[in-house]
Design a binder for this molecule. Structure first.
Ligand code: GCW
Length: 696
């Protein structure tokens, strides 16, 4: 795949920062070779000799990596029909006459195979005899990178207060200030560390800026910087995209090439030509540029509705402008215009549902896993099953905005596994259940035989030395990549791989840390928003609780979600309430709409639950609610002790860093419990059960 592996050097001053230890590679196969040299050398504890393009006999024990085109050994030893089903990205690892072969149809597949081989070694799985192959289920495995928002992994060391503010973004696009000498197009070591981390889990694209988009990223100056970054990431198979603001054509930075507000009409030639010009500039500098991510008519961002058009009109206009260049539009469905319906959860479907099948071929609509906003647990978004004639990208949040940020240990693998494996019970035109109808089936395109597919993670990489701030946040990055490659994988197995690769192999270490991770997300659910009570976060930072908060907008206010009163707690979305449940296919609509049948984890997403209602545990709702908060906090206490038990088995520095985080985590979890239970108590008029450890 020449387009992917060729290095385009359009940027004159592509250079490494002084004192760099990483080095730029020109090709994907060089990257693979470097990984083998570094990885094998590190794992075996001795340098490994390298031969490029070996002829003749391959020594026993050798590792040979390549494609049939790049390597005669591969051509001879791997039958073409074994490679054919692997597509562009799939790889094969096989023992051949005492050697190990890492093969794929493209150089990038070889790089993926290399990482997979090293992972096998590092997780102590057998490597002889070896015969495994793996191909990704989803074609586009992308990150969205909000460089100015919701990052919890570093600082802006330069203090220049530029575009990157104080968020510690990984790529530095700041154009001025004391650190200008270290800004792009200079390639910093950490960019390559990040590139390797991404490639190691199969990520093949990144939208580099916030969806609340700053049009700087479309200016000529930025495009130069982006081209340098693209050049550095390309050998790792990572392509670039940019988030854009629908009204960018009115931005004075493009003068004299600017439009008036009236000219933002999606059917006007001026509007489409303006975007075509930007896209051509980008493609001239970055030949494999992906396209644009768009947040329109959402949270104050401009969009086609400002001119009386709908999301299809807007998305298709941008799509038409970039289609001749082979680019894509990722149009987000995170909309909640209050005029559409009183219940925020109903709004995306009411706006997008009628547009199913009407989007251009090069449009993906991009939908968060749940109908609200990345909560620790949500029901799945009804749009997935309802937009079957549209390419749908699922958007998951890796960065832990609502799940503990950089303080709480929350392994998100189980959340994503739950979402991707969720059954939508979607039916065909005749009311028969579709055979492939899980969210993952829909995303990978098999439900309706759609060839293109995309999964997107809002990333958590920052300029912290460990890239993610909390050591355990790395596990979320890792798990996202692994599930993006194969959403049918088990999050527990992924956790074990990560623990072995990150913390060691002693059975106590593996068992203890995997167990901690396994229940950590459920603990967050329990002490933050148990039994389906949604969004109780304080508005300032989305970290701590504020169940009584009432904001300028209803649908930002915890009180709107909890609906607390003397009768009970929770938002009634049943057929006698807001009727949101009708957006699901019949099996789920009936299940969620019925307070007797709804899964208790989702109870208050769909019902206003009387305080004295009897739940499955036999306890009344109030008692059960309080016990869930306790359970959540108790889990964190248990994690703290479990971690302490590993003191002698882990390196002192990381042990201490995680220990300190767990102490803060426990305090903050107890804070959630005390604040929320204390607040609910005013409505329930009931006492906290005497047998609990609570002291509210
Ligand atoms: O969760 C919310 C976040 C915003 C974000 C928005 C979105 C980037 O609080 O920070 O905007 O979602 O996804 O558009």
């Amino acid at each position: 795949n020449a387009g992917r592996t060729k290095v385009h050097r359009h940027t004159a001053h592509l250079a490494m920062a002084p004192g760099s230890s990483e080095h730029l590679v020109e090709t994907t196969l060089q990257a693979a070779r470097d990984e083998l040299v570094r990885g094998l050398g590190g794992l075996l504890g001795r340098p490994v000799p390298v031969r490029d393009a070996p002829g003749g006999r391959i020594p026993a024990g050798a590792v040979v990596a390549g494609t049939p085109a790049s390597s005669p050994v591969i051509r001879r030893s791997v039958p073409a029909q074994d490679l054919a089903p692997l597509g562009d990205d799939g790889y094969l690892l096989r023992s051949v006459r005492g050697a190990t072969v890492i093969a794929g149809n493209t150089d990038l597949a070889v790089l993926y195979g290399t990482f997979a081989f090293l992972r096998r070694l590092q997780t102590r799985q057998a490597i002889t005899p070896l015969d495994v192959s793996s191909a990704p289920r989803i074609r586009r495995r992308y990150l969205n990178y909000w460089e100015t928002e919701r990052l919890y992994a570093g600082n802006n060391a330069t203090g220049t207060g530029g575009l990157n503010g104080e968020n510690g973004a990984i790529f530095d696009f700041t154009a001025t200030g004391a650190s200008a000498a270290l800004n792009l197009p200079v390639i910093l070591d950490r960019y390559l560390v990040a590139a390797r981390a991404m490639a190691s889990v199969g990520i093949n694209g990144i939208t580099i800026n916030n969806v609340n988009a700053n049009s700087f990223y479309l200016t000529a100056a930025a495009i130069k910087q982006e081209a340098a970054l693209a050049d550095a990431l390309r050998p790792y198979g990572i392509r670039l995209a940019v988030s854009v603001n629908y009204a960018a054509p009115t931005d004075a930075r493009f003068a004299p090439d600017t439009l008036t507000r009236e000219q933002l009409d999606p059917y006007s030639a001026q509007f489409r030509d303006w975007w075509a010009r930007r896209a051509r500039q980008l493609q001239a500098a970055i030949p494999d540029f992906i396209g644009f991510t768009v947040k329109a008519n959402s949270e104050g961002q401009p969009g086609p509705q400002d001119l009386g058009y709908d999301h299809r009109d807007g998305a298709n206009a941008l799509a038409a402008a970039v289609a001749p260049l082979g680019m894509r539009i990722f149009w987000r469905t995170f909309v909640y215009n209050a005029e559409v319906d009183r219940d925020r959860l109903k709004r995306p479907y009411l706006e997008f549902g009628p547009l199913d099948g009407k989007f251009a071929e090069n449009v993906f609509i991009q939908t968060k896993n749940g109908p609200l906003d990345y909560q620790a647990r949500e029901p799945v978004h009804p749009l997935f099953a309802r937009m079957e004639h549209t390419d749908q990208a699922i958007e998951l949040q890796i960065t832990q905005e609502y799940t503990g940020q950089n303080t709480m240990l929350c392994y998100l693998g189980p959340l994503w596994e739950e979402v991707l494996k969720a059954d939508t019970y979607a039916t065909d035109e005749h009311g028969r259940l579709l055979p492939r109808r899980r969210v993952g089936d829909i995303v990978e395109g098999t439900t309706r035989d759609r060839p293109d597919s995309a999964i997107i993670g809002v990333a958590n990489l920052g300029n912290a030395t460990n890239l993610t701030g909390h050591h355990f946040a790395q596990a979320n990055f890792f798990a996202f990549g692994r599930l993006a490659w194969d959403w049918t994988a088990e999050s527990g197995r992924i956790a074990e791989d990560w623990v072995r690769m990150t913390w060691g192999h002693h059975p106590d270490v593996v068992r203890t840390i995997v167990a901690m991770m396994a229940g950590s997300r459920e603990a967050v659910v329990n002490y933050q928003t148990p039994l389906g009570v949604a969004h109780q976060f304080r508005s300032s930072d989305h970290y701590g609780p504020a169940p009584g908060e009432r904001l300028s907008r209803d649908d930002w206010s915890p009180v709107y979600y909890n609906q607390a009163d003397t009768a009970g707690l929770g938002y009634d979305r049943s057929p006698t309430g807001s009727g949101f449940t009708a957006q699901y296919f019949p099996v789920l609509a009936a299940r969620y709409g019925d307070i007797d049948r709804v899964p208790e984890e989702l109870l208050m997403w769909f019902h206003h639950v009387p305080w004295d209602r009897r739940l499955r545990s036999g306890r009344i709702f109030w008692d059960e609610l309080v016990s869930r908060y306790d359970l959540g906090v108790g889990y964190v206490t248990w994690m703290r002790h479990a971690w302490d038990s590993l003191a002698t088995r882990l390196d002192a520095r990381r042990f201490a860093e995680v220990k300190a985080k767990l102490a803060a985590h426990e305090t903050d979890a107890a804070g959630w419990r005390d604040t929320c239970v204390g607040y609910w108590k005013q409505f329930s008029g009931r006492e906290v059960p005497a047998d609990g450890p609570l002291s509210v």
